[in-house]
Design a binder for this molecule. Structure first.
Ligand SMILES: NC(=O)c1ccc[n+]([C@@H]2O[C@H](COP(=O)([O-])OP(=O)(O)OC[C@H]3O[C@@H](n4cnc5c(N)ncnc54)[C@H](O)[C@@H]3O)[C@@H](O)[C@H]2O)c1
Ligand SMILES: [Zn+2]
Length: 667
């Protein structure tokens, strides 16, 4: 029935658009690449079969990404395409046959690793890095030059006989080592780990603060030279030249005389990819001759002269020994499958994440089932199915626990969410520890030298149970802990002492009221002078404050209803922790600068940067940390440098001096 076919096509298009959005814009895919590619292929087949339902906006005809609103948008002078991909050698053979039909001479190839990251196009002029732009939708992308400049694998200045003006394209990715480091740091700050290196690399490029991007330790491999013209004859030659100018070019790329050699390369890396210190998701095969590339040209979405052979996620079968449950620092419960050890993707797998109760139900897991585990983009493998033929007749269904394995409290499942929580925030050990780790973290009280391991030890020794206990600690109590030297103990005590100077807004963030993040804490402090004032405010009054909704307001009042929290606050006060605004940060003066954003640069002479930022806030404006389209005013002092230049390039930013800034305040 044609009507049903049309509906089917439209439903698939809609679904794929949604997945593109999750993958490219949110960096949080909800299905595996393989499942995604199968859906796209299904759509492609239907569209070929029923051309009457053609639509120029179909995801089969477009690159899946988008530009964001956070960075300036730049048109690509040369379009950035996607790659046709497939998972089997038949398609590769078909591709090669098509090449032969078009070309007089059989082609040679270059086979390259398909780095799993985010693509970038970088303009070089006179040997200098000029501008870096993401692929976006292929026609236009986000200008993220200052972020790309932080990546040490990308040269700022070239050497040798480089052409005057050209684009170098490549992939920005994260090594396993740096990905693990980022997650270790996140764990220390009480944050959830990132899912996989690809989405973390892509997400890192979208951070507004370049200093933060630098900390991520991104890598890059360049794989394509693009310019108006070149006198090179092959892609391989261009790669070698690019290397001589100072670019990082993949060390594994290989020239192949024919498709058989390409297949050998593909097989070799399918077996050996686990020794690489980064993720690849396949191999890219390119026609080497540039003349042949020109003859072949492009389809609506990808070059005809290249194709990607993708690797399927590896699967193994093993026995489920038990399901155990972990309680996270926020009280979230994660079920974990304990498996009979099995070799998968180069590592021995003993555990797999089961995510939540619904997934266990969907898999219909029984005790001692033989399950299939798969390692996709995620670091932790997952169970994708059960081998029913090996299930024992009398094996019982896995029952999700009803009580917290750490403290015995009955679990709750929040409406609309798949995850269970332990509601015993104040006494469930992992949550107690999590709360204290959050309290000392950089953006809260910033108590240096006090890592999560030390906090766990102190808790086990019953020396601390809530943030107020830090202030009663003595050096003598710290010294007997494992690996605790005199010097570190001293530093911890000093860090705790110093935290008494940390301003109210950070303390308010640090005490861990649910839904009160950094920004909300700031907003609250603008409107309430002390914790006492906040404590005595009702939900109806709280929701009057900008950006404070009912959910946040209720969470605040609930926090203060608990006598244990009140006791902790009274103790913090008695130790001298800042629980009210200091005289320097008094209330709002006006709303003159409402909805306006400011950034100060260069050497200021009429006021200090701190005072200036304070003035902005007191008059209702907002300070931001980087030059972008979102900036309204750049206030320049003497010797303003790159920020000024960038603001001029963007063109929409008002550039003013210090006096003009004061005029804005009408003071
Ligand atoms: N899971 C999901 O929800 C979801 C959603 C959208 C896309 N995806 C995945 O993304 C893929 C589509 O993304 P795409 O359009 O970026 O295509 P692609 O990732 O399959 O191939 C194109 C990209 O490969 C990269 N690349 C890496 N090494 C390269 C090399 N040596 N030479 C040339 N290019 C190289 C480039 O960034 C290029 O833009 C799909 O195949 C799918 O697996 C997944
Ligand atoms: Zn608990």
């Amino acid at each position: 029935m044609p009507e049903n076919i049309q509906q089917k096509i439209e439903a698939l298009r809609k679904e794929i658009h949604q997945h593109n959005y999750s993958y490219y814009t949110l960096d949080e895919p909800t299905i595996s690449d393989f499942e995604f590619d199968m859906k796209l292929k299904e759509l492609q087949d239907l569209e070929t079969q029923f051309p009457q339902y053609f639509d120029a906006n179909s995801p089969t005809l477009r690159v899946g990404g988008q530009v964001t609103k956070v960075f300036p948008t730049v048109q690509h002078q040369f379009r950035m395409y996607s790659l046709d991909n497939s998972y089997d050698f038949n398609d590769l053979d078909e591709w090669e046959k098509r090449l032969r039909r078009t070309l007089d001479v059989p082609s040679e190839f270059v086979a390259e690793l398909k780095y799993d990251g985010a693509s970038i196009s970088i303009l070089y002029e006179n040997g200098k890095l000029k501008e870096a732009v993401t692929r976006g939708d292929g026609f236009q992308g986000d200008e993220i030059t200052s972020n790309v400049r932080t990546i040490s694998a990308i040269p700022m200045q070239l050497y040798g006989d480089y052409p005057e003006r050209f684009f170098m394209r490549g992939e920005i990715y994260l090594t396993h080592e740096n990905f693990d480091k980022i997650n270790a740091r996140r764990a220390d700050e009480g944050l959830d780990p990132f899912m996989n290196p690809r989405n973390t690399a892509s997400g890192s490029l979208k951070i507004q603060d370049s200093a933060e991007v630098r900390k991520r330790g991104l890598s890059a491999a360049m794989y394509q030279f693009v310019a108006e013209k070149t006198d090179a004859e092959t892609h391989w030659e261009l790669l070698q030249k690019a290397k001589s100018w100072g670019f990082s070019i993949s060390g594994q790329a290989k020239q192949c005389k024919n498709i058989e050699e390409v297949k050998e390369f593909i097989n070799h890396w399918e077996e050996n990819r686990h020794i690489l210190p980064f993720d690849i998701d396949g191999i890219v095969v390119k026609v080497n001759s540039l003349a042949q590339q020109r003859t072949l040209g492009y389809t609506a979405k990808s070059p005809r002269w290249a194709t990607a052979h993708k690797y399927k996620a590896e699967k193994a079968e093993t026995e489920l020994l038990a399901v155990t449950y972990q309680v996270g620092r926020t009280g979230a419960i994660t079920p974990v499958a304990n498996l009979s050890p099995v070799l998968l993707a180069g590592t021995v797998v003993k555990r797999a994440s089961l995510h939540n109760e619904d997934i266990i139900r969907k898999l219909d897991l029984h005790q001692n089932d033989f399950v299939y585990v798969e390692k996709g983009g995620e670091i932790i493998p997952k169970i994708v199915g059960v081998n029913l033929s090996r299930r024992q007749a009398d094996s019982a269904e896995i029952q999700y626990i009803r009580n917290c394995p750490e403290c015995g409290t009955e679990l709750v499942r929040v409406e609309d969410q798949a995850i269970h929580f332990c509601p015993n925030e104040l006494h469930c050990p992992p949550q107690v520890i999590g709360r204290m780790i959050h309290y000392v973290s950089r953006k809260a009280l910033n108590i240096e030298n006090l890592g999560s391991e030390t906090i766990e030890q102190l808790y086990r020794e019953k020396l601390i149970e809530n943030p107020a206990d830090f202030y009663a600690l003595t050096k003598e109590q710290l010294l007997p802990l494992e690996r605790m030297a005199e010097k570190s103990a001293q530093n911890i005590i000093k860090g705790i002492e110093d935290s008494k100077k940390v301003p109210f807004e950070k303390v308010l963030f640090g005490i861990g009221i649910k839904h009160v993040g950094e920004t909300v804490a700031k907003k609250l402090v603008k409107n309430f002078n002390s914790i006492n004032e906040l404590m005595n405010t009702k939900v109806e009054e709280l929701v009057q404050v900008e950006d404070i909704g009912v959910k946040i307001a209720e969470s605040i009042t609930e926090f203060f209803r608990n006598p244990e929290n009140i006791l902790m606050i009274e103790r913090l006060k008695s130790y001298g922790v800042q629980l009210e605004k200091t005289s320097g940060s008094s209330a709002m003066l006006s709303n003159t600068l409402q909805h306006k954003t400011f950034l100060f640069t260069g050497k200021l002479s009429l006021f200090t940067r701190e005072d200036a930022e304070d003035m902005v806030e007191k008059h209702g404006g907002k300070n931001i940390s980087a030059v972008s389209k979102n900036l309204n005013y750049l206030v320049v002092g003497e010797k303003a440098g790159s920020k000024l230049k960038k603001a001029q390039q963007i063109g929409t930013i008002e550039i003013i001096d210090e006096q003009q800034f004061l005029d804005l305040l009408e003071v």
